[in-house]
Design a protein around this ligand. Structure first.
Ligand SMILES: [Zn+2]
Ligand SMILES: [Zn+2]
Length: 264
């Protein structure tokens, strides 16, 4: 394309130059796919990987947010998944940004073990979008992150759920009060647990701090991944017992255990 270069607008030329310089001098790689990052950003994940996350935008269970299978020809879609028809969770509802799969699994690991704050902020923006889409039913007065046991938090140096809750609170202009909840019992090794054992292991593992004021307040509970819902349920139970009016859960990722839950 002869002469093509000189018709580019100077600002885009500068941006391209900045990206090129960044890629030469920082030679940063996408922490998910290991391709060289071609733009200057504090987020160490490339656009392709970010775009590969699968948002849970289609018909979902009104309570737990799991994607519902589509029934061909049915005029009325069910609003609840089978487990939610038989079980009463302590939370009112849970919503998740995207499916816990491939690139998102790696991104969550980065958040969990490498404390990448810009990634927490990026995810928080996606969680804020979920609330914008359903502001009334996801309304809250206070934001709380799912706590780690104090020994675990000391080992890791931070709580990854707080890396999400804090920037989310800033966006929503709500108070973030991670101190409201404590994990009084450490988590056993997850890989050792069956589904039932997982529920059992978190029962009563969370408590509100003495003197906590959640009376009549709507709490937004934030975590990185929802697997069985047992953790959010146990947290919500403690908050309810302390007088919370409503508890809504928000997670970045949603693990789907059964492919026949309508996912693939
Ligand atoms: Zn990538
Ligand atoms: Zn459900």
């Amino acid at each position: 394309m002869p002469g093509g270069a000189h018709v580019r607008r100077p600002d885009s030329w500068l941006a391209t130059a900045a990206d090129a310089l960044a890629s030469i001098f920082l030679s940063a790689e996408c922490r998910v796919c290991e391709e060289v990052l071609t733009r200057a950003s504090r987020l160490p994940i490339c656009e392709e990987c970010l775009a590969s996350f699968e948002p849970l935008t289609r018909q979902i269970c009104d309570v737990c947010g799991v994607p519902l299978p589509a029934f061909a020809g049915a005029s009325v879609q069910p609003r609840f998944c089978p487990p939610c028809q038989n079980r009463t969770y302590a939370f009112d509802r849970v919503r998740s940004f995207a499916l816990y799969d491939r690139a998102l699994v790696k991104a969550i690991l980065l958040l969990k073990f490498e404390r990448i704050d810009p990634l927490g902020s990026w995810f928080a923006a996606r969680l804020a979008e979920l609330i914008e889409r359903d502001p009334e039913r996801l309304a809250a007065d206070v934001i709380v992150s799912v706590p780690l046991h104090r020994i675990r938090e000391k080992e890791r140096g931070y709580n990854q759920a707080e890396l999400l809750a804090k920037p989310l609170a800033k966006r929503l202009k709500l108070p973030c009060q991670p101190v409201l909840l404590v994990r009084s019992r450490p988590r056993p090794d997850k890989r050792m647990l069956s589904l039932d054992e997982r529920w059992e292991s978190v029962r009563g593992a969370f408590a509100t701090r003495p003197g906590t004021q959640v009376d009549n307040r709507r709490v937004l509970l934030v975590d990185d991944v929802l697997t069985t819902g047992a953790t959010l349920d146990a947290c919500a139970r403690a908050l309810r017992e302390a007088g919370a009016k409503a508890v809504v859960g928000l997670t970045v990722a949603r693990a789907i255990r059964h492919p026949d839950a309508g996912l693939r």
